[in-house]
Design a protein around this ligand. Structure first.
Ligand code: UTP
Length: 294
């Protein structure tokens, strides 16, 4: 390992409108939707903490009080669980965020796009490389989590890093798409990145997923980016400018990603996580047998 600055801070943009999940997300933030018994945001925070993050920065809207409440201590609930002798559940509630990890909040007044949401964290991040995690991309890994894998790549090279996976060519218009070239040891460096290209114009079928390690230079680039695809200020457009001066890796992570901002991805994640849970697995398998062919 070389002496690159550690990745200590992670930005969680959670100020989006979650329109694909309405009406459920009319009053509940998309990131608070649970997969089995944990909200999406907590899976992403757990992944960040595993990767060594000690400062969690939520970019939130005025309507997302539920996220603040989830990560705030709740001594009344803990006392009740203690009195009921339910120590295991009390500890789970107590340890939602480890003591050495701090949380910060910044408001994005208007959902102007992911790029704008990241820019809102500028002051809290300061002048150091940082991570961005989109909680609706849930990534299940059997070994190290996706962000931990990316932090290792960063420490090996000093380069920022973006999580990617192969997607069906017909779906390029739903993703940021990168083209890559390999270095001498087979690492994929990003040559170009475009937001939501048509299948005909896409440079590849490598889609960007919601995990990034970025240098602080991204903030000044975000300031000058104009609204792009969908009328939003796109992080992708600032990354394209960053690539003119800074190398960025494309990391094809080990693991399975679920797009939990879509109903299909959310349901698949629920089934897979339930099948992994010893208390739920057998019952779920029996139930699937009974509904098969209905
Ligand atoms: P998405 O585009 O997937 O989220 O943004 P969305 O806009 O909430 O959902 P749909 O498409 O309308 O269903 C990816 C992430 O960026 C955050 C979202 O909360 C989500 O975690 N985001 C997006 C912001 O924080 N601010 C924005 O202005 C836009």
């Amino acid at each position: 390992m070389t002496d690159f600055p550690p990745i200590r801070k992670a930005v969680f943009p959670v100020a989006g409108l979650g329109t694909r999940f309405l009406p459920a997300t009319k009053s509940i933030p998309k990131e608070m939707l649970p997969i089995v018994d944990k909200p999406l945001i907590q899976y992403a925070v757990d992944e960040a903490v595993e990767a060594g993050i000690d400062t969690i920065i939520f970019v939130t809207s005025h309507k997302k009080g539920a996220i603040l409440d989830h990560f705030d201590p709740n001594s009344e609930l803990e006392s009740l669980l203690t009195a009921q002798g339910n120590v295991e559940l009390r500890d789970r509630v107590h340890n939602i965020i480890p003591d050495h990890v701090s949380t910060r909040y910044v408001i994005q007044e208007k959902a102007l796009g992911l790029g704008h949401a990241v820019w809102c964290a500028k002051k809290l991040v300061g002048d150091e490389p940082f991570a961005v995690l989109l909680a609706d991309d849930l990534i299940r890994s059997t070994g190290s989590g996706c962000l931990k894998q990316m932090v290792a790549e960063y420490h090996a090279t000093g380069s920022g890093c973006i999580g990617v996976e192969e997607i069906p060519v017909s779906m390029t218009d739903r993703y940021g798409i990168v083209s890559v070239h390999k270095d001498a040891v087979g690492r994929n460096y990003i040559r170009d990145i475009v937001e939501k290209p048509s299948p005909e114009s896409a440079p590849s079928n490598l889609g960007v997923v919601g995990r990034y390690i970025l240098p602080a230079e991204i903030f000044s680039l975000l300031e000058s980016v104009r609204a792009g695809a969908g009328g939003e200020i796109q992080l992708t457009d600032a990354i394209a400018r960053l690539l003119e001066n800074k190398p960025l890796l494309a990391h094809a992570f080990e693991g399975v990603r679920y797009d939990c901002g879509s109903r299909q991805g959310f349901i698949r994640a629920t089934v897979d996580y339930a099948l992994e849970n010893a208390d739920l697995r057998d019952d779920l398998l029996r139930y699937i047998e009974t509904v098969k062919g209905v």
